[in-house]
Design a binder for this molecule. Structure first.
Ligand SMILES: NC(=O)C1=CN([C@@H]2O[C@H](COP(=O)(O)OP(=O)(O)OC[C@H]3O[C@@H](n4cnc5c(N)ncnc54)[C@H](O)[C@@H]3O)[C@@H](O)[C@H]2O)C=CC1
Ligand SMILES: O=C(O)[C@@H]1CCC=N1
Length: 269
């Protein structure tokens, strides 16, 4: 079995470890590094995976998954450079960071795959987009597809699309959580108990998501089926349009794309 080390086991690193364990990967094949002792203990107790130093990770793992904040990448790559064994695959989960950055800061010929996952990885429902760096082969891409495929769906995209992907599916779960939060608040406004409002909205979200995933129908068709002539839904839709919700989403996702590109440019040579 391939040994995988997650470098930086915060929210997304933990989601990957947890998702891989649920998918049947052995705890003995998974390693992680973390800055804080307390976080190391917590994750080892929770998952039975071993906390190691960056040197140990580089020495033992065939795949290093980088999951630190983009702002923390420079010292990590400086530390990693002299430790990396030839042929070790580096997989970046970091928003905005191009494969070219890793190729510049790590030894010549290092294979790098850039991935944009999302947190539903925790429940085996990630959407991950993967792109090959200059030295990543078909075999490297197949390995990363298998790794991420065990915790959700995987799409191969040209690296030039990764900032847009980051804005759509990387951040996407947050937009849905935000909408659900606002809709639960609407239930409170209408006088429902919070628990009742939450149950109504969360199950509606699960049902709507399942229909989107399983029916093969366009979202417009599904929405039209809920929208009766002179009924309740069209009154709500009119308000959503009046308040510019569609335009707000377009602008929001464009801003997220721009931020992803900016995070990458911060590391230009
Ligand atoms: N949270 C999300 O939904 C997603 C995050 N990402 C990307 O994943 C990366 C991590 O994001 P989060 O997990 O949200 O952040 P986080 O702050 O929860 O996790 C980062 C972890 O890295 C650790 N760390 C930093 N430098 C380190 C070092 N040199 N050695 C060992 N550990 C180190 C920190 O202590 C922290 O626990 C980011 O680059 C982000 O763009 C990608 C997709 C989705
Ligand atoms: O907000 C962020 O920067 C990260 C990247 C995608 C989702 N969360």
């Amino acid at each position: 079995m391939t040994t995988i080390a997650v470098l930086g086991a915060g929210k997304i690193g933990e989601a990957l470890l947890s998702g891989l364990l649920d998918a049947g990967w052995g705890a003995g094949d998974l390693l992680f590094t973390e800055r804080y002792e307390q976080r190391c203990r917590e994750l080892t107790e929770r998952y039975g995976v071993r906390a190691v130093t960056v040197a140990e990770a580089a020495g033992e793992a065939e795949v290093l998954v980088v999951a630190v904040k983009p702002q923390d990448i420079d010292p990590l790559l400086t530390e990693l450079n002299p430790l990396l064994k030839p042929g070790t695959l580096v997989v970046s989960l970091c928003a905005g960071l191009p494969t070219a950055l890793y190729e510049r800061e790590l030894p010549e010929g290092t294979p790098v795959v850039r991935v944009m996952p999302n947190t539903p990885m925790l429940v085996g429902q990630a959407m991950s987009a993967i792109s090959a760096g200059a030295h990543a082969t078909q075999e490297h891409m197949d390995l990363v597809e298998k790794l991420l495929g065990s915790v959700g769906k995987v799409l191969r995209v040209p690296e030039a699309q990764q900032d847009a992907v980051t804005a759509l599916s990387g951040s996407g779960p947050a937009y849905f959580f935000f909408l659900v939060e606002a809709m639960i608040d609407a239930g409170i406004l209408l006088g429902l108990p919070r628990a009742t409002a939450a149950q109504l909205i969360i199950q509606s979200a699960v049902g709507a998501a399942t229909m989107l995933a399983d029916s093969g129908e366009h979202p417009v068709t599904l929405r039209e089926a809920v929208t009766s002539p002179a009924g309740t839904t069209i009154m709500a839709i009119r308000e959503l349009e009046k308040h510019g919700v569609r335009a707000a989403l377009l602008a929001a996702i464009e801003a997220a794309r721009d931020r992803s590109a900016e995070l990458g440019r911060a590391h230009d040579a």
